[in-house]
Design a protein around this ligand. Structure first.
Ligand code: SF4
Ligand code: SF4
Length: 73
């Protein structure tokens, strides 16, 4: 797991993280209108959601290392 939560107080429900995630980790919560980390075990820490969020609401666990990043080095 890498991305593990969304700061609901910061999230404005724009959906950019949901659209950015090709791993289907993030879904939009229909009740709150905000993003939710639904399948955290599938996150590969590509960071597209983090880069796409205009309010820096995405919380990730830095102790996990992406296999994408380790393959570079
Ligand atoms: S880091 Fe990548 S895989 Fe993980 S939730 Fe964000 S967009 Fe999806
Ligand atoms: S990109 Fe940020 S503000 Fe937009 S829905 Fe995702 S967490 Fe919320």
């Amino acid at each position: 797991m890498a991305v593990e939560n969304i700061n609901k107080d910061l999230c404005v429900g724009c959906g950019e993280c949901y659209r950015a995630c090709s791993a289907d980790v993030i879904r939009m919560d229909k009740k709150t209108g905000k993003a939710a980390v639904t399948y955290p075990e599938d996150c590969v820490l590509c960071a597209w959601c983090i880069l796409s969020c205009p309010v820096h609401a995405i919380i990730f666990n830095g102790s996990k290392v992406s296999p994408v990043f380790t393959s570079w080095g």
